[in-house]
Design a protein around this ligand. Structure first.
Ligand SMILES: O=P(O)(O)O[C@@H]1[C@@H](OP(=O)(O)O)[C@H](OP(=O)(O)O)[C@H](O)[C@H](OP(=O)(O)O)[C@H]1OP(=O)(O)O
Ligand SMILES: Nc1ncnc2c1ncn2[C@@H]1O[C@H](COP(=O)(O)OP(=O)(O)O)[C@@H](O)[C@H]1O
Length: 297
C-alpha cells in the first residue's frame, strides 16, 4: 500500500492536495516529477548516470537505485509521473536521518533570473555561503518513549554555523533536545556518545565522505548543484561487535548539469567543509576519551 514516507526530513511533502513522495512496503520510494522541467531534469540525470560506464562501481553505491518512471496515483489523488527509487530508509526501524544540501551556490548556470534570486536569498540567509553547505532537515532517534528529536523547518532555516556544529553533534548523541539550542540552554550539551561509531571507524560517515571526496577531486562528468547528502543510521543499543551501520547517500538531482571537463569545485568545497566539521567532532571526542573511532553502536 502506498503512503507518505515515515522518515522524510526535508523537501516537498505529500499532504492534502500537495504533491510529495510516496513509499510502498516493497522498499520503493516514488518521487513525483516536479514542474518547471525539474522532474524531467532529474529523470535525465538518473538515466544518464545509470548508463554511464565511467562511474566506478564503488561510487554507484552512494546513489539510490533507480527503477525508471511510472505514472501512478499521486499524493494529490490524480495520476502523475513518478521516479521509482530505492527507499533509503526501508531497511531501518528507527532511522536517524540528516539531509545536508551541498555547495555554496544552489542554482545551475542556466537557471532563470527569478530562480537565481530566490536561491541566492536562501544561500545568503543560511550557512550555504559561509560554510558551503546547509542543513535541510534531520531527525534523531532517542528511545521508544520519546521517539525522535526533529527540529522544525523554521528553526533549521535560521541555523548559523554554531547551530550547524551543534546539530551535527546532536545527530550522534543519545540526549538530543530542543533546550540545547544556541542561546536557550544551560543544561548539559549533546553527549556525542555515538560519534565514534557513526562518524568514525573504517566504514563510518567520515570514511564514506572521504571516498566520495577522492572521486569528486577527479570526476569531470557532472556538476551537482543543490544536491544533498542523506546520512542514515540506526541506533542499536546493546548490540555489541557490529560495524557501523551508517550510510551516506546522494539525493536530489533536479539541478545537475554537464561538467564540461571541469571539476565540481562548488560541491567539492562544501564536501571539504563538511568533512572538517565531522573530523573536528571526532578529534574532540578522541581528546576526551582516548578512543579512536572504534566504539560500537
Ligand atoms: O519551495 P521551498 O521554498 O520550500 O524550497 C524548496 C527547498 O526547501 P527549503 O526552503 O530550501 O528548505 C528544497 O530544499 P530541501 O530539499 O528541503 O533541502 C529544494 O531546494 C526545493 O527545490 P528543488 O525541488 O530541489 O528544485 C525548493 O523548492 P522550490 O522553491 O525550488 O520549488
Ligand atoms: N530515495 C529516498 N529514500 C528515502 N528517503 C528519501 C529518498 N529521497 C529523498 N528522501 C527523503 O525526502 C526528502 C526530500 O527529498 P528530495 O529529493 O530532496 O526532494 P525535493 O526535491 O522535494 O527537495 C529527503 O530529505 C529525504 O528525507
Amino acid at each position: 500500500m502506498l503512503k507518505a514516507p515515515d522518515h522524510q526530513v526535508a523537501g516537498h511533502e505529500a499532504g492534502l492536495g500537495k504533491l510529495g513522495p510516496l513509499i510502498d512496503d516493497s522498499g520503493r520510494f516514488y518521487k513525483p516529477l516536479q514542474g518547471d522541467n525539474r522532474g524531467s531534469e532529474e529523470v535525465a540525470f538518473y538515466e544518464s548516470f545509470s548508463s554511464n560506464t565511467h562511474i566506478p562501481e564503488h561510487i554507484r553505491k552512494y546513489f539510490p537505485m533507480y527503477y525508471g518512471t511510472k505514472i501512478m496515483k499521486a499524493s494529490t489523488g490524480v495520476e502523475h509521473p513518478h521516479m521509482v527509487l530505492q527507499d533509503l530508509t526501508s531497511a531501518r526501524v528507527n532511522p536517524s536521518v540528516m539531509d545536508i544540501k551541498i555547495g555554496s551556490r544552489t542554482w545551475a548556470p542556466d537557471a532563470s533570473e527569478a530562480y537565481i534570486a530566490k536561491c541566492l536569498k536562501k544561500d545568503r540567509e543560511s550557512t550555504s555561503i559561509p560554510l558551503g553547505f546547509r542543513l535541510s532537515g534531520l531527525q534523531v532517534y532517542i528511545d521508544d518513549e520519546s521517539r525522535f528529536y526533529k527540529p522544525d523547518r523554521n528553526y533549521i532555516r535560521k541555523t548559523g554555523p554554531d547551530d550547524v556544529r551543534l546539530l551535527l553533534r546532536k545527530f550522534v548523541s543519545s540526549n538530543p533536545s530542543a533546550d540545547m539550542e544556541i542561546g536557550t540552554g544551560s543544561g548539559p550539551g549533546p553527549d556525542c556518545s555515538l560519534a565514534s561509531s557513526v562518524y568514525g571507524g573504517p566504514n563510518g560517515i567520515l570514511a564514506q565522505l572521504l571516498e566520495l571526496k577522492a572521486w569528486f577531486e577527479d570526476q569531470t562528468i557532472y556538476h551537482f548543484y543543490a544536491c544533498s547528502f542523506l546520512f542514515v543510521y540506526e541506533k542499536r543499543l546493546g548490540l555489541k561487535g557490529a560495524w557501523s551501520n551508517a550510510e551516506v547517500k546522494l539525493i536530489d538531482f533536479a539541478h545537475v548539469t554537464d561538467a564540461n571537463g571541469v571539476i565540481d569545485h562548488n560541491f567539492l568545497g562544501g564536501l571539504c567543509s563538511l568533512t572538517k566539521f565531522i573530523s573536528d567532532i571526532l578529534s574532540e571526542i578522541e581528546d576526551c576519551t582516548g578512543t579512536n573511532g572504534q566504539v560500537e553502536l
